[in-house]
Design a protein around this ligand. Structure first.
Ligand code: NAP
Ligand code: MG
Length: 406
Protein backbone atom coordinates (compact mmCIF):
# COMPACT_ATOMS: atom_id res chain seq x y z
CA UNK A 1 0.00 0.00 0.00
CA UNK A 2 1.28 3.46 -0.84
CA UNK A 3 1.81 5.76 2.14
CA UNK A 4 -0.25 8.91 2.56
CA UNK A 5 1.83 11.98 1.76
CA UNK A 6 2.26 15.16 3.79
CA UNK A 7 3.53 18.55 2.64
CA UNK A 8 4.00 20.66 5.80
CA UNK A 9 5.49 18.98 8.89
CA UNK A 10 3.64 18.67 12.19
CA UNK A 11 5.32 19.92 15.34
CA UNK A 12 5.82 16.80 17.45
CA UNK A 13 6.43 17.28 21.18
CA UNK A 14 7.50 14.10 22.94
CA UNK A 15 6.96 13.72 26.67
CA UNK A 16 7.41 11.60 29.78
CA UNK A 17 6.78 8.28 31.52
CA UNK A 18 3.94 5.98 30.42
CA UNK A 19 2.63 8.40 27.83
CA UNK A 20 6.10 8.55 26.24
CA UNK A 21 5.98 4.76 25.91
CA UNK A 22 2.47 4.92 24.40
CA UNK A 23 3.70 7.67 22.06
CA UNK A 24 6.31 5.37 20.53
CA UNK A 25 3.83 2.51 20.15
CA UNK A 26 1.15 4.72 18.58
CA UNK A 27 3.62 6.06 16.04
CA UNK A 28 5.07 2.64 15.29
CA UNK A 29 1.80 0.75 15.00
CA UNK A 30 -0.79 3.31 13.86
CA UNK A 31 0.95 6.16 12.02
CA UNK A 32 4.26 5.21 10.39
CA UNK A 33 2.93 2.12 8.54
CA UNK A 34 0.33 4.28 6.77
CA UNK A 35 1.62 7.86 6.58
CA UNK A 36 4.85 9.25 5.19
CA UNK A 37 5.08 11.21 8.42
CA UNK A 38 6.80 14.59 8.40
CA UNK A 39 7.41 16.17 11.81
CA UNK A 40 9.65 18.71 13.45
CA UNK A 41 10.55 16.75 16.57
CA UNK A 42 11.04 18.39 19.98
CA UNK A 43 11.87 16.26 23.00
CA UNK A 44 9.97 17.79 25.91
CA UNK A 45 10.91 14.91 28.20
CA UNK A 46 11.88 16.32 31.59
CA UNK A 47 15.59 15.52 31.30
CA UNK A 48 15.91 17.14 27.90
CA UNK A 49 14.06 20.24 29.11
CA UNK A 50 16.56 20.32 31.96
CA UNK A 51 19.56 19.94 29.62
CA UNK A 52 18.34 22.79 27.42
CA UNK A 53 17.33 25.04 30.34
CA UNK A 54 13.76 24.63 29.05
CA UNK A 55 14.70 26.30 25.75
CA UNK A 56 13.29 23.26 23.93
CA UNK A 57 9.79 24.10 25.19
CA UNK A 58 10.07 27.66 23.91
CA UNK A 59 11.43 26.42 20.58
CA UNK A 60 8.57 23.95 20.23
CA UNK A 61 6.00 26.67 20.91
CA UNK A 62 7.63 29.01 18.38
CA UNK A 63 7.68 26.21 15.80
CA UNK A 64 3.97 25.68 16.45
CA UNK A 65 3.32 29.33 15.77
CA UNK A 66 5.28 29.03 12.52
CA UNK A 67 3.77 25.74 11.26
CA UNK A 68 0.23 26.03 12.67
CA UNK A 69 -0.32 22.50 14.02
CA UNK A 70 1.30 20.53 16.85
CA UNK A 71 0.76 17.27 18.70
CA UNK A 72 2.00 16.98 22.28
CA UNK A 73 2.63 14.08 24.64
CA UNK A 74 1.92 14.51 28.37
CA UNK A 75 4.89 15.87 30.33
CA UNK A 76 5.98 15.98 33.96
CA UNK A 77 5.60 19.30 35.72
CA UNK A 78 8.25 18.99 38.43
CA UNK A 79 7.29 19.47 42.06
CA UNK A 80 9.28 18.93 45.25
CA UNK A 81 8.92 15.16 45.02
CA UNK A 82 10.21 15.14 41.42
CA UNK A 83 13.23 17.20 42.50
CA UNK A 84 14.17 14.28 44.76
CA UNK A 85 13.40 11.68 42.10
CA UNK A 86 15.57 13.54 39.54
CA UNK A 87 18.46 15.05 41.52
CA UNK A 88 20.07 16.35 38.30
CA UNK A 89 17.28 18.96 37.83
CA UNK A 90 18.77 22.46 37.79
CA UNK A 91 15.49 23.99 38.91
CA UNK A 92 11.81 23.26 39.35
CA UNK A 93 10.96 23.93 35.69
CA UNK A 94 7.61 25.50 34.97
CA UNK A 95 4.73 23.58 33.42
CA UNK A 96 5.45 23.18 29.67
CA UNK A 97 1.75 23.62 28.97
CA UNK A 98 1.82 26.97 30.77
CA UNK A 99 4.84 28.10 28.74
CA UNK A 100 3.29 27.01 25.43
CA UNK A 101 -0.06 28.57 26.31
CA UNK A 102 1.59 31.89 27.12
CA UNK A 103 3.53 31.94 23.83
CA UNK A 104 0.52 30.97 21.70
CA UNK A 105 -1.89 33.07 23.81
CA UNK A 106 -4.20 30.12 23.40
CA UNK A 107 -7.35 28.71 24.95
CA UNK A 108 -7.59 25.04 25.92
CA UNK A 109 -10.69 23.14 24.73
CA UNK A 110 -11.42 19.85 26.47
CA UNK A 111 -13.86 17.34 24.99
CA UNK A 112 -14.74 13.76 25.95
CA UNK A 113 -14.77 10.79 23.56
CA UNK A 114 -18.16 9.10 23.98
CA UNK A 115 -18.97 5.40 23.81
CA UNK A 116 -22.40 3.80 23.50
CA UNK A 117 -21.75 1.35 26.35
CA UNK A 118 -20.58 3.93 28.89
CA UNK A 119 -23.34 6.22 30.10
CA UNK A 120 -22.68 9.75 31.31
CA UNK A 121 -23.79 10.44 34.87
CA UNK A 122 -26.21 12.95 33.34
CA UNK A 123 -28.81 10.85 31.52
CA UNK A 124 -29.73 13.45 28.89
CA UNK A 125 -26.19 14.00 27.55
CA UNK A 126 -25.93 12.42 24.10
CA UNK A 127 -23.12 14.43 22.52
CA UNK A 128 -19.84 15.77 23.92
CA UNK A 129 -19.78 19.06 25.79
CA UNK A 130 -16.54 20.89 25.03
CA UNK A 131 -15.27 23.21 27.75
CA UNK A 132 -13.23 26.27 26.75
CA UNK A 133 -11.43 27.69 29.75
CA UNK A 134 -9.89 31.15 29.65
CA UNK A 135 -6.33 30.51 30.73
CA UNK A 136 -5.22 33.94 31.89
CA UNK A 137 -5.76 36.11 34.95
CA UNK A 138 -8.59 36.48 37.50
CA UNK A 139 -7.99 34.52 40.70
CA UNK A 140 -4.92 32.82 39.17
CA UNK A 141 -2.96 36.05 39.00
CA UNK A 142 -4.55 37.79 42.00
CA UNK A 143 -2.93 39.32 45.06
CA UNK A 144 -4.25 38.25 48.44
CA UNK A 145 -4.07 40.22 51.65
CA UNK A 146 -4.88 38.90 55.13
CA UNK A 147 -5.16 41.70 57.73
CA UNK A 148 -5.38 41.64 61.52
CA UNK A 149 -6.69 45.04 62.67
CA UNK A 150 -9.57 47.40 61.85
CA UNK A 151 -8.87 49.64 58.85
CA UNK A 152 -9.69 50.40 55.22
CA UNK A 153 -8.55 48.77 51.99
CA UNK A 154 -8.34 50.80 48.80
CA UNK A 155 -7.65 49.90 45.19
CA UNK A 156 -5.56 52.34 43.17
CA UNK A 157 -4.72 52.37 39.48
CA UNK A 158 -1.87 54.64 38.41
CA UNK A 159 -1.98 55.33 34.69
CA UNK A 160 1.15 55.88 32.58
CA UNK A 161 -0.08 59.46 32.18
CA UNK A 162 0.21 59.89 35.92
CA UNK A 163 -3.53 59.96 36.45
CA UNK A 164 -4.74 57.99 39.44
CA UNK A 165 -8.08 56.34 40.09
CA UNK A 166 -8.86 55.08 43.58
CA UNK A 167 -11.71 53.08 45.07
CA UNK A 168 -12.51 52.15 48.63
CA UNK A 169 -12.80 48.36 48.76
CA UNK A 170 -14.12 48.11 52.31
CA UNK A 171 -13.67 49.54 55.79
CA UNK A 172 -13.47 46.65 58.27
CA UNK A 173 -13.74 46.57 62.06
CA UNK A 174 -11.52 43.53 62.64
CA UNK A 175 -9.39 40.83 60.93
CA UNK A 176 -10.29 40.48 57.25
CA UNK A 177 -9.25 39.06 53.87
CA UNK A 178 -8.87 40.95 50.60
CA UNK A 179 -8.12 40.01 47.01
CA UNK A 180 -7.41 42.04 43.88
CA UNK A 181 -7.77 40.44 40.44
CA UNK A 182 -7.23 41.63 36.92
CA UNK A 183 -7.60 40.68 33.32
CA UNK A 184 -6.68 42.49 30.11
CA UNK A 185 -8.88 43.46 27.18
CA UNK A 186 -6.32 41.89 24.85
CA UNK A 187 -6.42 38.51 26.59
CA UNK A 188 -10.22 38.49 26.73
CA UNK A 189 -10.40 39.30 23.01
CA UNK A 190 -7.88 36.55 22.23
CA UNK A 191 -10.05 34.15 24.28
CA UNK A 192 -13.13 35.23 22.34
CA UNK A 193 -11.34 34.84 18.98
CA UNK A 194 -10.16 31.33 19.89
CA UNK A 195 -13.68 30.34 20.95
CA UNK A 196 -15.43 31.68 17.84
CA UNK A 197 -12.78 30.17 15.54
CA UNK A 198 -13.01 26.79 17.21
CA UNK A 199 -16.83 26.82 17.11
CA UNK A 200 -16.63 27.48 13.37
CA UNK A 201 -14.02 24.74 12.88
CA UNK A 202 -16.18 22.26 14.86
CA UNK A 203 -19.49 23.57 13.45
CA UNK A 204 -20.94 23.74 16.96
CA UNK A 205 -22.87 26.39 18.88
CA UNK A 206 -20.93 28.55 21.33
CA UNK A 207 -22.21 29.29 24.82
CA UNK A 208 -20.57 31.84 27.09
CA UNK A 209 -21.48 32.61 30.68
CA UNK A 210 -20.29 34.99 33.41
CA UNK A 211 -21.85 36.74 36.38
CA UNK A 212 -22.19 40.19 34.85
CA UNK A 213 -25.27 41.07 36.94
CA UNK A 214 -23.01 41.13 40.02
CA UNK A 215 -19.56 41.92 38.61
CA UNK A 216 -20.98 44.63 36.36
CA UNK A 217 -17.65 46.17 35.37
CA UNK A 218 -15.44 43.10 35.40
CA UNK A 219 -17.66 40.40 33.92
CA UNK A 220 -19.51 43.08 32.00
CA UNK A 221 -16.33 43.66 29.96
CA UNK A 222 -16.07 39.93 29.20
CA UNK A 223 -19.65 39.94 27.95
CA UNK A 224 -19.15 43.13 25.92
CA UNK A 225 -15.90 41.99 24.27
CA UNK A 226 -17.45 38.65 23.24
CA UNK A 227 -20.48 40.44 21.79
CA UNK A 228 -18.25 42.88 19.94
CA UNK A 229 -16.16 40.04 18.46
CA UNK A 230 -19.34 38.28 17.35
CA UNK A 231 -20.99 41.34 15.83
CA UNK A 232 -17.91 42.71 14.06
CA UNK A 233 -16.19 39.50 12.94
CA UNK A 234 -17.91 36.14 13.28
CA UNK A 235 -21.64 36.71 12.78
CA UNK A 236 -21.72 36.15 8.98
CA UNK A 237 -19.86 32.81 9.25
CA UNK A 238 -22.04 31.70 12.18
CA UNK A 239 -25.18 32.51 10.20
CA UNK A 240 -23.85 30.77 7.09
CA UNK A 241 -23.22 27.61 9.11
CA UNK A 242 -26.48 27.90 11.05
CA UNK A 243 -24.66 28.26 14.38
CA UNK A 244 -25.77 30.17 17.47
CA UNK A 245 -23.78 32.34 19.84
CA UNK A 246 -25.59 32.24 23.18
CA UNK A 247 -24.75 34.31 26.25
CA UNK A 248 -26.34 33.65 29.62
CA UNK A 249 -25.56 34.02 33.33
CA UNK A 250 -23.34 31.31 34.80
CA UNK A 251 -26.01 29.93 37.15
CA UNK A 252 -28.58 29.81 34.35
CA UNK A 253 -25.97 28.13 32.11
CA UNK A 254 -25.27 25.43 34.70
CA UNK A 255 -28.97 24.57 34.90
CA UNK A 256 -29.32 24.53 31.10
CA UNK A 257 -26.19 22.39 30.60
CA UNK A 258 -27.54 19.72 32.93
CA UNK A 259 -30.83 19.61 31.03
CA UNK A 260 -29.17 19.75 27.57
CA UNK A 261 -28.34 16.97 25.11
CA UNK A 262 -24.74 18.27 24.80
CA UNK A 263 -23.04 18.90 21.48
CA UNK A 264 -21.88 22.49 22.01
CA UNK A 265 -18.87 24.49 23.22
CA UNK A 266 -19.13 26.17 26.61
CA UNK A 267 -16.72 29.07 27.12
CA UNK A 268 -15.92 29.90 30.73
CA UNK A 269 -13.82 32.30 32.73
CA UNK A 270 -10.68 30.88 34.32
CA UNK A 271 -12.11 29.69 37.66
CA UNK A 272 -15.46 28.58 36.25
CA UNK A 273 -13.61 26.58 33.59
CA UNK A 274 -11.29 25.00 36.14
CA UNK A 275 -14.23 23.72 38.18
CA UNK A 276 -16.67 22.89 35.39
CA UNK A 277 -14.14 21.03 33.23
CA UNK A 278 -13.45 18.55 36.02
CA UNK A 279 -17.16 18.14 36.71
CA UNK A 280 -18.01 17.58 33.06
CA UNK A 281 -15.06 15.19 32.60
CA UNK A 282 -16.09 13.11 35.61
CA UNK A 283 -19.74 13.07 34.51
CA UNK A 284 -18.78 11.79 31.04
CA UNK A 285 -16.79 8.91 32.50
CA UNK A 286 -13.03 8.67 32.31
CA UNK A 287 -10.12 11.09 32.35
CA UNK A 288 -8.41 8.75 29.91
CA UNK A 289 -11.08 9.64 27.33
CA UNK A 290 -10.68 13.42 27.54
CA UNK A 291 -8.99 15.14 24.64
CA UNK A 292 -7.61 18.63 24.71
CA UNK A 293 -6.68 21.15 22.05
CA UNK A 294 -5.03 24.50 22.57
CA UNK A 295 -6.33 27.03 20.03
CA UNK A 296 -4.54 30.33 19.40
CA UNK A 297 -6.56 33.36 18.25
CA UNK A 298 -5.13 32.94 14.72
CA UNK A 299 -6.34 29.32 14.51
CA UNK A 300 -3.02 27.64 15.36
CA UNK A 301 -3.78 24.36 17.16
CA UNK A 302 -1.89 22.07 19.53
CA UNK A 303 -3.50 18.69 20.23
CA UNK A 304 -2.97 16.55 23.34
CA UNK A 305 -4.58 14.24 25.88
CA UNK A 306 -6.02 15.88 29.01
CA UNK A 307 -4.50 13.33 31.36
CA UNK A 308 -0.95 13.31 32.71
CA UNK A 309 1.94 10.91 32.26
CA UNK A 310 0.19 8.09 34.20
CA UNK A 311 3.09 7.69 36.61
CA UNK A 312 1.70 4.73 38.54
CA UNK A 313 1.43 2.64 35.37
CA UNK A 314 4.95 3.70 34.32
CA UNK A 315 6.47 2.41 37.55
CA UNK A 316 4.81 -0.95 36.92
CA UNK A 317 5.97 -0.90 33.29
CA UNK A 318 9.56 -0.28 34.45
CA UNK A 319 9.35 -3.37 36.64
CA UNK A 320 8.61 -5.33 33.47
CA UNK A 321 4.83 -5.59 33.94
CA UNK A 322 2.42 -5.22 31.01
CA UNK A 323 0.06 -2.35 31.72
CA UNK A 324 -3.44 -1.68 30.48
CA UNK A 325 -3.04 2.08 30.03
CA UNK A 326 -5.67 3.64 27.80
CA UNK A 327 -4.10 5.28 24.71
CA UNK A 328 -7.38 6.71 23.29
CA UNK A 329 -6.86 10.38 24.17
CA UNK A 330 -3.30 10.28 22.81
CA UNK A 331 -4.45 8.54 19.60
CA UNK A 332 -7.08 11.27 19.17
CA UNK A 333 -4.41 13.92 19.66
CA UNK A 334 -2.57 12.42 16.66
CA UNK A 335 -5.70 11.99 14.55
CA UNK A 336 -6.83 15.54 15.34
CA UNK A 337 -3.44 17.01 14.44
CA UNK A 338 -3.11 15.04 11.19
CA UNK A 339 -6.66 15.96 10.17
CA UNK A 340 -6.04 19.64 10.88
CA UNK A 341 -2.77 19.52 8.92
CA UNK A 342 -4.66 17.89 6.07
CA UNK A 343 -7.37 20.55 6.14
CA UNK A 344 -4.86 23.40 6.13
CA UNK A 345 -2.82 21.85 3.30
CA UNK A 346 -5.79 20.62 1.25
CA UNK A 347 -4.75 16.95 1.62
CA UNK A 348 -7.95 14.91 1.51
CA UNK A 349 -6.14 11.63 2.10
CA UNK A 350 -4.62 12.92 5.31
CA UNK A 351 -8.02 14.17 6.52
CA UNK A 352 -9.55 10.78 5.72
CA UNK A 353 -6.71 9.05 7.53
CA UNK A 354 -7.41 11.06 10.70
CA UNK A 355 -11.06 10.04 10.49
CA UNK A 356 -10.23 6.39 9.76
CA UNK A 357 -7.84 6.21 12.72
CA UNK A 358 -10.56 7.47 15.07
CA UNK A 359 -13.14 5.13 13.58
CA UNK A 360 -10.84 2.10 13.88
CA UNK A 361 -10.17 2.96 17.54
CA UNK A 362 -13.88 3.38 18.31
CA UNK A 363 -14.80 0.20 16.42
CA UNK A 364 -12.22 -1.74 18.42
CA UNK A 365 -13.82 -0.54 21.65
CA UNK A 366 -17.31 -1.28 20.33
CA UNK A 367 -16.15 -4.83 19.59
CA UNK A 368 -15.52 -5.18 23.34
CA UNK A 369 -11.71 -5.00 23.23
CA UNK A 370 -10.55 -2.33 25.70
CA UNK A 371 -8.20 -1.31 28.49
CA UNK A 372 -9.06 -1.95 32.12
CA UNK A 373 -10.23 1.56 32.99
CA UNK A 374 -13.01 1.36 30.39
CA UNK A 375 -13.96 -2.24 31.13
CA UNK A 376 -14.64 -1.11 34.71
CA UNK A 377 -17.04 1.59 33.47
CA UNK A 378 -18.87 -0.38 30.78
CA UNK A 379 -22.50 -1.50 31.07
CA UNK A 380 -22.56 -4.74 33.07
CA UNK A 381 -24.33 -6.54 30.21
CA UNK A 382 -21.82 -5.37 27.58
CA UNK A 383 -19.27 -8.17 26.92
CA UNK A 384 -15.73 -6.84 27.33
CA UNK A 385 -12.24 -8.26 26.94
CA UNK A 386 -9.56 -6.41 28.91
CA UNK A 387 -6.26 -6.16 27.06
CA UNK A 388 -2.87 -4.50 27.51
CA UNK A 389 -2.07 -1.23 25.77
CA UNK A 390 -0.02 -3.01 23.12
CA UNK A 391 -2.74 -5.58 22.43
CA UNK A 392 -5.27 -2.78 22.10
CA UNK A 393 -3.07 -0.87 19.66
CA UNK A 394 -2.48 -4.04 17.62
CA UNK A 395 -6.23 -4.57 17.38
CA UNK A 396 -6.73 -0.98 16.22
CA UNK A 397 -3.89 -1.34 13.68
CA UNK A 398 -5.54 -4.42 12.20
CA UNK A 399 -8.88 -2.65 11.76
CA UNK A 400 -7.19 0.43 10.39
CA UNK A 401 -5.23 -1.54 7.80
CA UNK A 402 -8.40 -3.33 6.71
CA UNK A 403 -10.34 -0.05 6.44
CA UNK A 404 -7.59 1.68 4.44
CA UNK A 405 -7.17 -1.28 2.10
CA UNK A 406 -10.80 -0.79 0.96
P1 NAP B 1 -2.45 11.27 35.52
O1 NAP B 1 -1.18 10.98 34.84
O2 NAP B 1 -3.53 11.83 34.67
O3 NAP B 1 -2.96 9.92 36.20
C1 NAP B 1 -3.81 9.87 37.33
C2 NAP B 1 -4.52 8.52 37.37
O4 NAP B 1 -5.61 8.53 36.45
C3 NAP B 1 -3.67 7.35 36.94
O5 NAP B 1 -2.88 6.86 37.99
C4 NAP B 1 -4.72 6.38 36.44
O6 NAP B 1 -5.40 5.77 37.53
C5 NAP B 1 -5.72 7.30 35.77
N1 NAP B 1 -5.36 7.54 34.36
C6 NAP B 1 -4.99 8.72 33.77
N2 NAP B 1 -4.79 8.54 32.46
C7 NAP B 1 -5.02 7.24 32.20
C8 NAP B 1 -4.94 6.45 31.03
N3 NAP B 1 -4.60 6.99 29.85
N4 NAP B 1 -5.26 5.13 31.11
C9 NAP B 1 -5.60 4.58 32.27
N5 NAP B 1 -5.68 5.28 33.43
C10 NAP B 1 -5.39 6.59 33.40
O7 NAP B 1 -2.24 12.31 36.71
P2 NAP B 1 -1.12 12.37 37.86
O8 NAP B 1 -0.71 11.00 38.28
O9 NAP B 1 -1.66 13.32 38.84
O10 NAP B 1 0.12 13.09 37.18
C11 NAP B 1 1.26 12.41 36.68
C12 NAP B 1 2.20 13.41 36.01
O11 NAP B 1 1.55 13.97 34.88
C13 NAP B 1 2.61 14.56 36.90
O12 NAP B 1 4.02 14.68 36.89
C14 NAP B 1 1.97 15.79 36.26
O13 NAP B 1 2.82 16.91 36.36
C15 NAP B 1 1.79 15.36 34.85
N6 NAP B 1 0.62 15.97 34.16
C16 NAP B 1 0.83 16.40 32.87
C17 NAP B 1 -0.22 16.91 32.13
C18 NAP B 1 0.05 17.37 30.72
O14 NAP B 1 1.16 17.28 30.23
N7 NAP B 1 -0.94 17.83 30.01
C19 NAP B 1 -1.51 16.98 32.67
C20 NAP B 1 -1.69 16.51 33.99
C21 NAP B 1 -0.62 16.00 34.70
P3 NAP B 1 -5.00 4.33 38.15
O15 NAP B 1 -3.59 4.47 38.62
O16 NAP B 1 -5.99 4.18 39.25
O17 NAP B 1 -5.14 3.31 37.08
MG1 MG C 1 -9.39 21.74 37.89
Amino acid sequence: MEKIQMTTPLVEMDGDEMTRILWGWIKGKLILPFVDLKTEYYDLGLLHRNETDDQVTVDAALATRRLGVAVKCATITPNRQRMEEYPQLKQMWKSPNGTIRAILDGTAFRAPILLPFIHPAVRTWEAPITIARHAYGDMYKAVDLVTEEPGTATLTFRGQSGRETSLTVQAVDGPAVFQAQHNTARSIRAFADSCFNYAIAQKQDLWFSTKDTIAKGYDGEFKRIFEEAYETTYKPEFERLGLTYFYTLIDDAVARVIRSKGGFIWALKNYDGDVMSDMVAAAFGSLAMMTSVLVAPDGTMEFEASHGTVTRHYYRYRKGEKTSTNPMATIFAWSGALRRRGELDGLEDLVSFGNALEQASLDTLKSGVMTGDLAALADPDFPTRTVTSEEFLDAVAQRLAAALAK
